[in-house]
Ligand binder design. Sequence first.
Ligand SMILES: C[S@@+](CC[C@H](N)C(=O)[O-])C[C@H]1O[C@@H](n2cnc3c(N)ncnc32)[C@H](O)[C@@H]1O
Length: 255
Amino acid sequence: MKNTSTEEEQRSLTSSSDPSYSASVSEFNNDFDGYRWVIFNGQKHLATLNLIKGNTVYDEKLITVDKEEYRLWDIFRSKLAAALVKGLKNLPIKNKTKVLYLGASTGTTVSHISDIIGHSGVIFAIESSIRVARELIENVASKRENIIPIIEDARKPLSYFSTYGEVDVVYCDIAQPDQTEIAIDNCKTFLKDNGKILLVVKTRSIDVTQDPRTVILQEAKKLENSRFNLEQVLNLDPYDKDHGLIYATYNQLKS
Ligand SMILES: C[S@@+](CC[C@H](N)C(=O)[O-])C[C@H]1O[C@@H](n2cnc3c(N)ncnc32)[C@H](O)[C@@H]1O
């Protein structure tokens, strides 16, 4: 992805919610791949092209760039956004990607993935809490046809097996002590060969006594021992203290 900051590439931004507001944008990625960097209020932000015009999910700001509406992507509310700011390269989620998302919660990150994959992609959004899932369905999934909410326990992939076939990416953010094992089980059931995993590691759910960096590396090792090749291991500090994100490729033939 290329970032540019030349004068002629400056654009003007208008807030959709406040048409009188405008600011300058001085930096874009040229090769648009579902999300882009913008300068807004003097600060660099991530933004995704809004799939549902005028719709917001968590009171994020809507901005207009080149007549298209974007949603600012809050790095303090979404660990995927934090990972991109911390240097995640080659995001495997693009237009048309099929994603299995474990721990959908109320849909903050799910909604940005929904923007990125567009109308031809799909997210199977697994959430075990009925109360939380209701909010996900009412506020997000009912408005975005590429999200299929599934109220199930991610520890039981066989309970939602067979309906949907293989996926390109498994994203896991469930904050459980056995989160890595749960993610691996789901990959074995649903992830295609050469598919990708994005695993959020909440170190305090695993071991509060160890240095978070040690815990993140220990979980990365579990993936390596389960037919994954590591792409990147990121510490999400300071945006998400005691959290890491592991990006790896599934190789079904790895011994
Ligand atoms: C840290 S939150 C996820 C935040 C979300 N990924 C985001 O970025 O917007 C973790 C979520 O995982 C859900 N969860 C925890 N254990 C689960 C399980 N075994 N199966 C499915 N969901 C689970 C929780 O109910 C909670 O909503």
